[in-house]
Design a protein around this ligand. Structure first.
Ligand code: EPZ
Length: 427
């Protein structure tokens, strides 16, 4: 298995281009199941999860093709064309769904367009049990009959879905996305209350509107969808990745560096920028993006993860690395997932002083971290170890690199172009 080796202690200086958001791209790809016409998506990141979604869709019969030439071998500047004819299969098999939970996003579009879907239950994962009960309850409220058997969700709505008033008891990003897609083709009006307001949900809604859907309240917690008979093809550019941006912002901050994050959207990251500023990081909005500078004097902060516009859970592990090397104490509370502190023991092995009490971690800043052999069990935990490696003294070796490949495009290339000593060793 490949490993990533980092010699820490180099300040990062230069510019990093922020790619398209994985968590926006995945539901956008699933929307292609809502129409027989072609959906063209640009600014897709080149990531393992995107390939997994492409694979799932093409196994189901969607024609997936890449148009245009990619500079640097990535997907940037290329367009992914997806065409889901009327003959598409309505089964998403276990083999593919188990690789990536976001595969469950095909459920809403399939049952809305074809009146049937058979999708493997995604199961738990490293960061929590992550049920999909809210997705299923909402589809039932829209008239779908749902049965769970042999590890599969079997959803039927032979006469089509009907609009309903859905009130999510918890904010769910994937649940909002599944129901939003389903509602576009349902009969009548659907209200989605307590909807997730994440920018990736709004990106999906904007793409659906470009495909002919009628949606009001985009960006708010109440979405009103008036069903239409059919959707058409469209061209759509995926929104930039706010989590990639935040991760590199922390890389600049902790290494006392100076990075221009090109194409960054500070408007989508206010909560993270606020905390960074409180921690003493210098952040300047420039025409080309966001400039982030370490001030050499980081200080502790308290933060709790919350649904958007609150502080994102997908930035919690990275922020903990900043707290680990800041002066004073920080308290970091995880309120979204029940098991998202797996990076803690690894950071402690690198010399961090962190104590977990329930859903909160108390982090007391240390003078320095030390390189070590580490491994993590999910994407954001893995990138937090990369960040720790960048600031640590000595060499850090990160195992299970495949987690990083799911969500960070050309990570080593982007960081080494800014002065990091980082390389991937094939194993
Ligand atoms: C999305 O996951 C993201 N994934 C996650 O990104 C992100 O951490 C999460 O939203 C929260 O922001 C994608 O967009 C592909 P949820 P999702 O439904 O949709 C509970 C990353 O690192 N819940 O908002 O699966 C659930 O268990 C990842 O890129 C139910 O109880 O998250 C969790 O505690 C990981 N029942 C909370 O709600 C349900 O039916 C929020 O989950 C659905 C969710």
């Amino acid at each position: 298995m490949d490993t990533i080796h980092i010699q820490g202690g180099r300040p990062l200086k230069g510019a990093i281009k922020i790619g398209g958001a994985k968590n926006a791209a995945l539901p956008l790809m699933a929307t292609s199941l809502l129409t027989a016409e072609t959906l063209r998506l640009s600014n897709l990141p080149h990531l393992a999860d995107i390939s997994t979604m492409s694979h799932l869709l093409s196994e189901m019969g969607t024609t997936v093709s890449m148009e245009g030439n990619a500079p640097n071998g990535g997907h940037m500047g290329r367009v992914l064309a997806l065409t889901s004819s009327d003959g598409v299969e309505t089964t998403a098999p276990y083999d593919l769904v188990r690789k990536m939970r976001a595969s469950v996003l095909v459920l809403g579009p399939l049952v809305a367009r074809f009146g049937h879907a058979r999708v493997s239950l995604p199961g738990g994962c490293a960061i929590g049990t992550r049920p999909v009960d809210l997705h299923l309850k909402a589809l039932e409220a829209m008239g779908a009959e749902i049965e769970l058997s042999e590890g599969y969700i079997e959803a039927r709505a032979p006469n089509g879905l009907v609009g309903a008033h859905i009130l999510f008891s918890n904010v769910t990003v994937g649940g909002t996305e599944n129901i939003l897609m389903a509602a576009t083709l349902a009969k009548g009006e659907t209200i989605i209350a307590n909807a997730a307001r994440e920018p990736e949900v709004s990106d999906l809604a904007n793409c659906l509107v470009a495909m002919g859907a009628k949606i009001e309240g985009i960006g708010t917690d109440t979405l009103k969808v008036t069903g239409v008979k059919s959707l058409h093809g469209a061209e759509y550019a995926v929104v930039g990745d706010r989590i990639e941006m935040g991760s590199y912002a922390i890389a600049a901050a902790i290494t006392d560096g100076d990075l221009l994050l090109e194409g960054a959207r500070p408007d989508l990251m206010e909560s993270v920028i606020d905390v960074l500023k409180k921690a003493g990081v210098e952040i300047i909005e420039e025409e080309k993006g966001l400039r982030v500078r370490g001030s050499g004097r980081l200080k502790g902060f308290d933060v709790m993860t919350e649904p958007f516009p609150g502080f994102p859970t997908d930035m919690q592990a990275q922020m903990m690395v900043l707290a680990a090397v800041a002066g004073g104490a920080s308290m970091i509370t995880e309120s979204i997932f029940e098991n998202r502190f797996m990076h803690v023991p690894e950071l402690v092995r690198m010399g961090a002083n962190i104590n977990v009490h329930g859903s909160s971690a108390i982090v007391r800043g240390v003078d320095h971290l030390s390189g070590a052999q580490v491994m993590a069990t999910d994407l954001r935990a893995s990138v937090s170890l990369v960040l720790a490696g960048l600031v640590a003294r000595g060499e850090t070796v990160i195992n299970r690199v495949y987690h990083l490949d799911r969500g960070y495009e050309r990570l080593e290339e982007k960081l080494s172009a800014c002065g990091a000593v980082i390389e991937r060793v094939k194993g």
